[in-house]
Write a protein that binds this ligand. Structure first.
Ligand code: NAD
Length: 294
């Protein structure tokens, strides 16, 4: 079992740290918010007074922070204090440039590093069923997999450093585009006199099929567990989808990729959030379409 410094104990990091404790690891937890530290302590983590205290002599360091600037600032602070050969895993969803900077900082002190953003949301973090999208060299990934295991059901090796972040933004761009397309189709179907269930029965087994229909159907009824049946409570909040689409647009800019639908999805979620629906599930964007008429 390893000594793990865990920095960032929010909605995702808090339950992830507790799953590491349950697996028998010695977890030293740090967050800027005393409330999150208290919960981590009650769950069996030991409390570090600073990020540096969390990582000194730790064999593994895990970060789960809001954005790239937080990860770069924390790495800048802790890297001089991590031991050589420490395994550093960043599970935050961040821009590729910051991810690369974090890997470089780790390498400069002899540590090995993995970017391992997640999908599966807060329930996945609580239940230990996250999917990790991992980027790093083979040696680092070999060491990371058993550490990630108690927090997730699967780790996908995506390639070299930053490949995990690349996979995450690509996946979520597809998700946003398919969700908007699915919402458009269900709303148009309704206006054409189609029952939601009838359209679901066709689309879920035909070529229009996607996760946005079969697991997360944006109208109440066909998939009883989808947020549409719970007044569009998240789930996955529109504000988080907007963040990921912003990262996708940055990645498109950097790589020269043409992403007209990704860009349009970004603009639509920007509008949805600016209208005050950032805390609504991202499938709730159907309400915006329902309120509009061509
Ligand atoms: P959160 O805001 O709940 O938690 C982030 C935590 O980081 C907070 O507790 C904050 O106090 C702490 N923090 C910020 N700066 C810090 C610093 N310098 N030192 C120590 N702690 C610091 O966010 P979250 O929902 O847990 O998300 C974390 C990451 O996971 C984000 O990158 C997010 O995009 C990603 N993610 C979230 C979800 C989700 O459903 N919430 C799903 C997939 C991925």
């Amino acid at each position: 079992m390893a000594t793990i410094g865990f920095i960032g104990l929010g909605n995702m990091g808090g339950p992830m740290a507790l799953n590491l404790v349950k697996a028998g690891h010695d977890v030293r937890a740090f967050d800027l918010s005393p409330d999150t530290i208290k919960i981590a302590q009650e769950g069996g983590c030991s409390v570090a007074d600073t990020a540096i205290d969390a990582v000194e002599d730790a064999e593994v360091v895990i970060t789960m922070l809001p954005a790239g600037k937080h990860v770069v600032a924390v790495y800048d602070e802790i890297c001089p204090y991590v031991s050589a050969h420490t395994l550093m895993i960043d599970c935050s969803t961040i821009d590729i440039e910051s991810a690369k900077a974090a890997h470089d900082m780790a390498a400069s002190v002899g540590a090995v590093s993995v970017d391992a953003p997640v999908s599966g949301g807060i329930m996945g973090a609580i239940n230990g069923t996250l999917t990790f999208m991992a980027g790093g060299n083979d040696g680092a990934l070999d060491r990371a997999e058993p550490i990630l295991e108690p927090m997730g059901s699967r780790t996908v090796r995506c390639g070299a450093v930053t490949a995990g972040q690349a996979a995450k933004v690509c996946n979520n761009m597809i998700l946003a585009v398919t969700m908007i397309g699915t919402c458009e189709a269900f709303e148009m179907g309704k206006r054409l006199g189609l029952e939601d269930q009838a359209l679901f029965d066709v689309v879920s087994t035909a070529s229009g099929q996607s996760w946005s229909t079969t697991t997360y159907c944006p109208v109440p009824g066909p998939v009883p567990t989808s947020p549409a049946n719970n007044d569009y409570k998240p789930g996955f909040a529109a504000a988080l989808m907007l963040k990921d689409l912003g990262l996708a647009q940055e990645a498109a800019e950097q790589s020269g990729a043409s992403t007209p639908l990704g860009n349009h999805a970004y603009e639509l979620y920007q509008k949805f959030c600016a209208d005050g629906h950032g805390d609504v599930d991202f499938s709730g964007i159907i309400k915006m379409l329902q309120s509009e008429k061509k």
